[in-house]
Write a protein that binds this ligand. Structure first.
Ligand SMILES: [Ca+2]
Ligand SMILES: [Ca+2]
Ligand SMILES: [Ca+2]
Ligand SMILES: [Ca+2]
Length: 310
């Protein structure tokens, strides 16, 4: 100790920065005649005023909607980190607070990212056992949707019938959402048509049922080839495989004839008929009988038989 002229005797010490051990001290004085005095022992509790310190932030810088994101940060304290948390929010939305847990030397928390394209912002906080709190600057995780849409199930029938309605029916989905689904179809080698489908139901997990109804040509049994193109909200596209639909003729031929009004015994009688079909006639048969005799059939021969109805 080094006394000034009017000062008390004093010594300045530094409390160890990383310990809360109680400080004990007493004074011991000797005069020039070797008389000794010893003071009472004083005990001083040591408290901590150093807030926790954040180290490396290991949180990913980009994530994707509906994906997993781990907040991860190193936290250290001179005594002990008692609590650490993260506050995060999307765009200008309200913050969510989530407790971090300690794994090894890193505090972490795992979330399922919202189905949004808004960037995710966050900040970490931590406290020691003496209410010393520290918060980080705000960080940002960029939102990138790199997941293509998908087709869940295609309920389009494998066959249709001539001249009748035919419904394309598909359930498609995306991690974020679907912008549009297009069906492309063609008959035989004909022109390719492309139509945006209508949403008839929105399902869970970004899926939707879409339909589009066309009328199949009545005059052709060319098979139809089709596929779907699904586009998500950011332009990722999925093109489905081509599928083929058989077109079956279910429309019967048409017969138009004027009944013969008179027949003369022993003379020839010409029976005529106009027969037509949307696709093609195989044959025409006439069945006839006299009185209560037996019924007999004759195949009718005519160039008209094979005509196709326009
Ligand atoms: Ca501390
Ligand atoms: Ca997507
Ligand atoms: Ca039909
Ligand atoms: Ca027919």
């Amino acid at each position: 100790m080094d006394p000034g002229p009017n000062d008390p005797w004093s010594l300045t010490i530094t409390i160890p920065p990383d310990s809360l051990d109680t400080l004990h001290y007493y004074f011991y004085a000797i005069d020039n005649s070797s008389n000794v005095a010893i003071s009472e022992t004083v005990e001083v509790a040591v408290t901590d005023n150093d807030a926790p310190v954040f180290g490396t932030d290991r949180t990913d810088v980009v994530t994707e909607p509906d994906g997993l994101l781990e907040f991860s940060v190193e936290v250290d304290d001179n005594i002990e980190v008692v609590d650490a948390w993260v506050e995060y929010w999307y765009g200008d939305g309200p913050p969510t607070r989530l407790e971090l847990s300690l794994g090894g030397s890193v505090w972490t928390a795992l979330i399922i990212v919202d189905r949004t394209l808004e960037d995710l912002h966050y900040r970490f906080g931590s406290t020691d056992g003496f209410d010393n709190v520290n918060m980080t600057e705000d960080g940002t995780v960029g939102m990138v949707d790199s997941q293509s849409p998908f087709i869940d199930v295609d309920r389009t029938p494998e066959r249709g019938t001539t001249g009748d309605p035919f419904e394309f029916n598909v359930t498609a989905g995306d991690n974020l959402g679907i912008r549009r689904v297009t069906v492309r179809y063609t008959f035989g080698d004909g022109e390719l048509k492309s139509v945006v489908m209508e949403v008839v139901a929105n399902l869970s997990h970004g899926r939707a049922i879409l339909t589009h109804t066309i009328t199949l040509p009545s005059g052709s049994t060319d098979p139809m080839t089709y596929n779907f193109s699904v586009e998500d909200l950011v332009g990722n596209i999925l093109d489905s495989e081509d599928r083929t639909v058989l077109v079956v003729d279910d429309d019967p031929p048409e017969i138009v004839h004027d009944g013969v009004s008179e027949a003369v015994k022993g003379l020839r009688l010409r029976l005529t008929v106009d027969a037509s079909d949307n696709i093609g006639l195989a044959w025409v048969i006439v069945l006839l009988r006299y009185g209560s005799g037996i019924c007999v059939s004759f195949r009718v021969r005519s160039s008209l038989m094979a005509t196709k109805r326009g």
